[in-house]
Design a protein around this ligand. Structure first.
Ligand code: NAD
Length: 208
């Protein structure tokens, strides 16, 4: 994609950190932006701030680990803007300990948000993009931890995102679609990732 003005960008984890940075840039490019995030207060705060710059922005409270939430996020995007061109599967959380020490709730949470969230994003949005048959791009946020070994279950989830993105790119190229795929692998960025427990739903809280 080379033309961004008036195109539609959807961003998970768009209320904070890297996702918010991406949203700001999309707004600067004149795109219509849909933010999805689990943190209600920050989500409406970010939406308001972006709108105050004159940008066209909506937000959808979404837990990316739940496929029904992703479906609702996609539907709201289509109902409001009628299309989607840029998809950022960006939401992520981290827990760090030895692989044999995680609680099952830790495992469910990290894999649920980081990996299932991207799997669902691809599963729900790619058919929409294919039907549109316009130039589109999917950007999945992995990490340097997706390229090097280590980093426990977080690293495994991020390596999964690299594998998924490479497979997706190959498959979309094989069918000669107009959708391209990138995987973003940042190093350390000053965000609120280390405070990610703030958004941990009660059903995946660790029990002693
Ligand atoms: N900050 C870094 O150093 C760094 C490095 C490499 C990769 N990353 C990746 O960048 C991405 C963005 O993280 P960040 O650093 O901006 O952190 P952040 O905590 O500032 O932002 C992450 C956003 O994701 C949202 N989120 C969390 N769980 C969610 C869920 N279940 N559904 C929807 N939204 C949810 C949070 O509410 C938050 O707004 C993550 O995938 C992270 O793993 C970050």
């Amino acid at each position: 994609m080379k033309e961004f003005k008036d195109k539609v960008a959807v961003i998970t984890g768009g209320a904070s950190g890297i996702g918010r940075g991406i949203a700001e840039r999309c707004c600067q490019e004149g795109m219509k932006v849909v933010l999805a995030d689990i943190e209600a207060k920050m989500l409406s705060h970010t939406e308001k701030e972006l709108k105050s710059t004159g940008a066209t922005v909506i937000s959808v409270l979404t837990d990316v680990s739940k496929v029904d939430d992703i479906k609702a996020f996609a539907q709201k995007t289509l109902d409001t803007f009628g299309a989607v061109h840029l998809l950022f599967n960006n939401a992520g959380v981290a827990v760090s300990t030895y692989l044999w020490e995680y609680t099952f709730a830790d495992l469910e949470w990290v894999i649920g948000v980081n990996l299932w969230g991207v799997i669902y994003g691809v599963r729900i949005f790619v058919p929409i993009m294919l039907k549109q048959d316009t130039k589109c791009h999917i950007i999945n946020t992995s990490s340097l931890a997706g390229l090097i070994l280590g980093n426990g279950i977080y690293g495994i989830s991020k390596q999964g995102i690299v594998a998924l993105s490479e497979s997706l790119a190959a498959e979309l190229s094989y069918i000669k679609s107009k959708i391209k795929v990138s995987v973003l692998c940042p190093g350390f960025v000053k965000t609120r990732i280390l405070e990610c427990q703030r958004n941990r739903p009660s059903e995946v809280k660790s029990h002693p």
